[in-house]
Design a protein around this ligand. Structure first.
Ligand SMILES: Cc1cc2nc3c(=O)[nH]c(=O)nc-3n(C[C@H](O)[C@H](O)[C@H](O)COP(=O)(O)OP(=O)(O)OC[C@H]3O[C@@H](n4cnc5c(N)ncnc54)[C@H](O)[C@@H]3O)c2cc1C
Length: 501
């Protein structure tokens, strides 16, 4: 049987594309996902629905290539389940910013200007705190009220105010800058992953088939046209159109195994060149993050983990056009190990850079689909990036000196009170991690842009009937988190390509 469309990967983007395309009862869609499928809310493992935890057992197990500075490696999680990374993520629901979309327009992509994408965001969000209320979309978003915050998070916001930062009601308001409750796609502590939000309604459609535990090896390409996919098992499935939504690591890896990518790299790993497309996997933009940890007296009242309910967005220098660093404050948590700890509880804050200059890449280790891709996050390759994360740590230190936090904090444990402000860049290199927002590995661009992999509608250049619709297509690292931007991109790409979807 030939399907009209095969969608590869059931993450944020894949769930949108499959749901939207099957609104037309005459179009059959096969959604292929390497991980398992929990078809009803009852079947989901509780830890994946618990928006307060950090599930790690539905993961691809990718570890970063060693960093250029210090050679560190670290896990770079990606969800492997219908729902994708939205089933394991931290639920921060931030829109990309008008500044980001000016950068898209500057790349010659006016269909992705702020005026074009704002209505898309408004249509997909169901924002419980928005005033005036906009027509309700599918993605639930809410913010914790001040009296719902943990003691330390409430103190964090007051400390931000005392340190001179503005309080903001809505971090999603264009140009907002300052401290406030984080918009979360979490309601009543439940993580609303893309499968729950998008597939639940579509699941019963006879024209949608969801096939889980089906890992795609390559796209079948005949005479310059995508005609289906080959699974890692060797099975071939045909379709009239193929959409790759396998994420920022998965989509470039599939293209490379299919012979679509930089010819030199393909020859190195023994893949026949189908199309020499130099941009595939050649750019990876990621948000680095570094924690600061302080010993605090026990939180009042004792709380379960309550991650990321508050955040401060800052510009680390007046020259920055917009926010470049996010600072998140967690709840106070029992310290591990507890032995020898001054209070038994830690308060963790994070400085995360959302406008990186550094560039990484995704490459194949081999043509074997069982081999995980080689992901160079590029983190801190450009020295300006570590400096800005360090500036975020300096702001955290200033916050901790304010009375609301100073009265409960007893010691800086990481980077450590002994590390001078001037030396924080070294500390940033030593405790590097990511904010988990890779984009641009199959980035969008105009025909004259030799590094562009897809055009402004997400069609792969030079191959007919093949699209990349997911985080990989985003050309500019958003000064935000990435779930909402990916959902927006998927909705808009469907509208541009299948106007009557
Ligand atoms: C730990 C973590 C925390 C995060 N926290 C936040 C947050 O708080 N806020 C936020 O906005 N964003 C967050 N993100 C990022 C956000 O979840 C991603 O940007 C978003 O899910 C990307 O969507 P996607 O569709 O591109 O990829 P994904 O959602 O990752 O989906 C890709 C899907 O493709 C499947 N796939 C891959 N390769 C194959 C293959 N060969 N064959 C078949 N299927 C395949 C995968 O299993 C997966 O289901 C976080 C991510 C992680 C991992």
């Amino acid at each position: 049987m030939t399907h009209d469309v095969i969608v590869v990967g059931a993450g944020a983007a894949g769930c949108v594309v499959a749901a939207r395309l099957t609104e037309d009862a005459n179009r059959s869609v096969l959604l292929l996902e390497a991980g398992p499928h929990y078809a009803t809310e009852e079947q989901w493992p509780p830890e994946l629905l618990d928006g307060l935890g950090f599930p790690r057992d539905h993961d691809w197990g990718v570890v970063s290539a060693p960093l250029v500075n210090g050679g560190h490696t670290f896990p770079i999680p990606r969800g492997k389940v219908v729902g994708g990374s939205t089933a394991v993520n931290f639920c921060v629901a931030l829109r990309s910013r008008p500044t980001d979309h000016r950068a898209w327009a500057d790349l010659g992509l006016p269909r992705w200007s702020w005026d074009e994408v704002l209505p898309v965001y408004q249509a997909i969000e169901h924002d419980y705190n928005a005033e005036p209320r906009v027509p309700a979309g599918r993605v639930p978003i809410r913010r914790y009220a001040r009296d719902e915050l943990t003691d330390t998070q409430e103190r964090f916001l007051t400390a931000c105010e005392k340190a001179g930062f503005a309080l903001v009601d809505d971090h999603n308001a264009p140009d907002s800058l300052g401290a406030g409750s984080t918009p979360l796609n979490q309601v009543g502590g439940r993580r609303y992953n893309a499968a729950l939000v998008y597939l639940a309604d579509a699941a019963d459609r006879p024209n949608l088939t969801v096939r889980s535990d089906a890992e795609v090896d390559t796209v079948l390409i005949r005479d310059g046209r995508a005609v289906g996919v080959r699974l890692a098992s060797g099975e071939e499935i045909t379709a009239k159109q193929v959409v790759l939504s396998a994420g920022a690591y998965g989509s470039p890896a599939i293209l490379l195994r299919s012979g679509v990518g930089p010819a030199e790299h393909l020859r190195e790993v023994g893949v026949d060149v189908v199309a020499d497309l130099p941009g595939v996997g050649s750019v990876l933009l990621e948000h680095p993050a570094t924690p600061a940890i302080f010993a605090v007296a026990e939180d009042r009242p004792a709380q379960r983990p309550a991650p990321l309910r508050t955040m401060l967005s800052i510009k680390t220098s007046p020259a920055e056009p917009d926010v470049d660093v996010h600072i998140h404050a967690m709840a106070a948590m029992p310290a591990r190990p507890a032995e020898g700890h001054p209070t038994g509880f830690d308060l963790r804050m994070t400085s995360a850079l959302v406008a990186p200059h550094s560039v990484g890449s995704v490459r194949l280790a081999s043509a074997d689909p069982a081999a995980l891709p080689v992901v160079d996050t590029g983190i801190y390759r450009d020295p300006r990036d570590a400096e800005r994360v360090a500036e975020g740590l300096r702001v955290i230190r200033r916050l901790v000196e304010q009375s609301p936090l100073a009265s409960v904090v007893s010691a800086e444990r990481l980077p450590g009170a002994g590390v001078a402000d001037a030396d924080l860049v070294q500390a940033v290199h030593a405790t590097v991690g990511t904010y988990n927002h890779p984009v641009a590995t199959c980035r969008m661009g105009v025909d004259s842009d030799a590094g562009a992999v897809v055009d402004e509608t997400c069609r792969v250049r030079g191959i007919d009937d093949l699209w990349v619709i997911d985080a990989a297509a985003i050309p500019v690292s958003p000064r935000s988190t990435t779930t909402l931007p990916v959902l927006m991109l998927a909705e808009r790409a469907v509208s541009l390509n299948w106007p009557n979807a």
